[in-house]
Write a protein that binds this ligand. Structure first.
Ligand code: ZN
Length: 450
């Protein structure tokens, strides 16, 4: 007997543009074992059956770049450009506690589940102590999400507090300890990386981090060319035209690398991304909020660069909502190019699903609804005033659907939310503890000078 059958769904499997059909999905032992049109065979009994009439079944969304704990810092520093904003974010390392990381990250996970995200890549960059990383990981595991923990390193930069600067060897020992502790953790994988080269990394770190990543089969996550100021720094300090060009001499662009933002990259650098198989996490809401600029997403897609979608942290987004982000990604390219047809809704949805899975090295497990993949699935209710009538399913997922339309979320075959009710998390308790953590953090921050 199967563990689960989803019936009567409009299935959008993300296996090819335009592919969608009414059908069913059978799940056994956490794996998708059948995806079919129409009704399931009469003998396909299951322990659990979900009638998905009125809903679309999608692969769970993949948030390829975030900082979960930052939900505690929503709307705290607005109206600032990247550098003065970063100075405050980095400065928080002096007052953040492991408890802030746990409670903030757990609230970020609740928001993620509620908006249909089944995989998050947590780009971790503030580590005043080793417990901060461990508590973030514990939150993601308690929430039941599929997660990539990208434990990055900073070893320089005047805006980085001393307490979170590390010598490469010292950081590598911490990362090895995390890897040893979580070697057998299901649903959890790891990356490393330089946080924001070159403004908080030395050339020595870039060389060493590539060597360490290769030795441990880790992918690399980095903030790349987010604002003009970062590109100015690479020109001034290293005589290179751009950050990607600078990183190339250290072998950082590669098939297992994902570069968040990549707003200010030249055509030559897009070519480097394509030739090396590097992925980009496009974070349009964060880029707009900080006034960074518009990433050349259309050019990247045209040249065959794999593009994923990320929210970025809530300190610059201010949410973890990928539906919001999909709509922003679509509209931003249209207005930037003065061309309503410059980007297709299917391509935007692909960034939020298979593109993200591929960027994180998880596309053999998730990102599409296919037999053999893990059952990371969401059901999104379309039977409401803002989604009916459905004339173009891909456009309407990107432009009409809302995070609050996600009714059911499943990771690895385990249901995390059913009919908008979280199954294994006490949401009220998490909200009240996160509010307490927020008050404590802001009280500490108010006593700092920047
Ligand atoms: Zn970021």
């Amino acid at each position: 007997m199967n563990d689960l059958i989803i019936r009567n769904a409009l299935i959008v499997p993300m296996t090819g543009a335009g592919n969608c059909f009414d059908g069913f999905i059978r799940v056994n032992d956490g794996t998708i074992v059948e995806v079919g049109a129409g009704t399931p065979p009469r003998d396909a009994a299951a322990k659990q059956s979900i009638d998905a009439a009125g809903s679309v079944a999608l692969p769970g969304l993949v948030n390829a770049h975030t900082h979960l704990y930052q939900v505690l810092l929503r709307a705290v520093w607005e109206d600032l450009e990247l550098m003065p904003w970063l100075k405050r974010i980095y400065g928080c390392a002096r007052v953040l506690t492991p408890e802030h990381f746990y409670l903030g990250s757990l609230l970020g996970c609740v928001e993620s589940i509620r908006s249909g995200v089944t995989t998050v890549c947590e780009h971790n960059f503030l580590n005043p102590g080793p417990e901060c990383a461990l508590e973030t990981i514990r939150a993601m595991q308690d929430a039941g999400l599929r997660a990539v923990f990208a434990r990055t390193i900073m070893d320089a930069g005047e805006i980085v507090p001393e307490c979170t600067k590390e010598k490469p060897e010292q950081a590598f020992r911490h990362i090895e300890a995390i890897l040893a502790r979580h070697r057998d953790s299901k649903q959890l994988s790891f990356m490393t990386g330089p946080n924001t080269p070159p403004i908080n990394t030395t050339a020595d770190l870039l060389r060493e981090v590539r060597r360490f990543a290769d030795a441990n089969s880790l992918g690399i996550s980095a903030h790349v060319a987010e604002s003009h100021s970062v590109v100015d720094a690479v020109r001034r300090q290293h005589g290179k035209n751009g950050v990607v060009e600078f990183l190339q001499q250290f072998g950082i662009p590669a098939k297992n690398s994902v570069f968040a933002h990549s707003v200010h990259v030249s055509n030559d650098e897009i070519k480097i991304l394509q030739e090396t198989g590097s992925s980009v996490s496009h974070n349009p809401v964060s880029n707009m909020m900080l006034g960074d600029g518009v990433a050349p997403v259309v050019e990247m897609l045209r040249q065959g660069v794999n593009v994923a979608l990320g929210t970025d942290g809530a300190a610059s987004n201010h949410s973890q909502d990928l539906f919001d982000t999909m709509k922003a990604a679509s509209l931003l390219q249209k207005v930037h190019h003065h061309d309503a047809g410059v980007i297709k809704p299917y391509d935007v949805l692909r960034m939020a699903t298979l593109g993200g899975a591929r960027a994180l090295g998880l596309d053999s497990l998730c990102g599409s609804i296919e037999v053999g993949k893990r059952a990371d699935l969401i059901l999104v209710n379309l039977d409401n005033a803002h989604s009916q009538p459905v004339n173009d399913i891909f456009s309407q997922i990107v432009h009409c659907a809302k995070a609050s339309d996600v009714i059911t979320v499943m990771v690895d075959g385990k249901i995390l939310m059913r009919d908008r009710q979280l199954i294994s998390l006490d949401e009220q308790k998490i909200l009240s503890e996160a509010k307490r953590a927020n008050r404590d953090l802001l009280d500490r921050v108010s006593r700092m000078s920047f």
